[in-house]
Write a protein that binds this ligand. Structure first.
Ligand code: PAF
Length: 315
């Protein structure tokens, strides 16, 4: 089987490292990176994983040129959500009518973007509770165990989904199929809505958001708005008390630097449009007032547009 992982961030490398441990004659795992020198480095050095499952090394095939890669049976999209369109345009030649394309990205909107480019039937949504931190090129920390849930937006189960479930479980990636992937995606969105932007603005680790009256209040307000939007859209969230869930995620990942804060610290663009931005867009469409999310979106956009001007930026 030919597996192509697009995007060598922490999560892309984690999946590549797990799946490469399984490498056999039928499995060929490729990592596609838009950066040619980084791709060459990854191909030379492979991936070193450290953290909760001990340390191990995985050799991977890596390239920036999709023409190096044969037609894929499975494409796993792990790029930042704002790069989805470009990534899919780049890998289109690798996709045949039998290729399954699984998105494991944060936020809402990626399934639709990929579906528009290749047709909705081949797209599989995924939500993973695995945690990984990018340390440097080819070095990641495996920071959190958890399930990966996959499913099609229409709720149907395809042969390809069963194939992915088997492949991932064999590789040690606990995976199951859901008929309601939308519920999982939105439940994760609600968690990310409460934590990510607020940590990016305050520069606090997840757990510290609960230590201050002000951040606790904004977290509560942004989550309450997200839940209102989800309810109006008739999305079935996984938790009876979503706010308690978000607070418990803060506690369980207390020392984590959220993915959005990691982006800000590396002065990169963030996924704000696909997280709190989704709540603002749907809020406007549905006539639901979402001031906390609107404020968080504005603040994060200012931060990501002003890295060069920020006080201390050149120290
Ligand atoms: O994006 C993230 O960082 C994670 O989804 C979460 C759950 C907020 C933990 O850091």
């Amino acid at each position: 089987m030919k597996i192509v992982i697009v995007g060598p961030g922490a999560m892309g490398c984690l999946f590549a490292a797990f799946l490469s441990r399984q490498r056999s004659r039928e499995h060929e795992v490729w990592l596609l990176d838009k950066d040619a020198s980084r791709a060459a480095k990854l191909g030379r050095q492979g991936i070193d994983v450290e953290g909760i499952a001990g340390s191990w090394h995985a050799d991977v095939r890596s390239t920036a040129d999709p023409r190096d890669i044969p037609a894929a049976d499975l494409v796993v999209v792990c790029v930042k959500s704002y790069d989805t369109k470009n990534a899919i345009a780049c890998i289109k030649p690798l996709i045949t009518e039998d290729t399954a394309v699984l998105t494991l990205q944060n936020g809402i909107g990626n399934i639709e973007i990929i579906g528009e480019a290749i047709g909705p039937d081949q797209v599989i949504g995924g939500v993973t509770s695995l945690g990984a931190t990018w340390l440097e090129v080819g070095r990641i920390r495996f920071a959190g165990k958890g399930e990966t849930i996959i499913g099609r937006i229409d709720g149907k189960t395809s042969v390809q989904m069963r194939m992915i479930r088997e492949l991932f479980n064999k590789a040690g990636l606990e995976t199951r199929i859901s008929q309601d992937i939308k519920g999982f995606l939105w439940s994760k969105l609600v968690v990310n809505t409460g934590i990510n932007a607020l940590t990016a603005v305050t520069r606090l680790p997840n757990g510290s958001l609960l230590e201050y009256e002000g951040s606790r209040r904004i977290l509560r307000e942004s989550v309450t708005e997200a839940v209102k939007v989800a309810k109006r859209k008739r999305i079935k969230l996984l938790y009876d008390d979503p706010l308690a869930k978000v607070e418990s995620v803060c506690e369980a990942t207390a020392t984590n630097v959220s993915s959005m804060l990691q982006d800000v610290l590396r002065r990169k663009r963030t996924e704000i449009d696909f997280i709190n931005g989704v709540i603002v867009r749907f809020g406007q469409e549905l006539g639901i007032s979402v001031p906390a999310n609107a404020m968080l979106v504005s603040l994060v956009k200012v931060i990501e547009s002003s890295y060069e001007k920020a006080v201390g930026a050149h120290q």
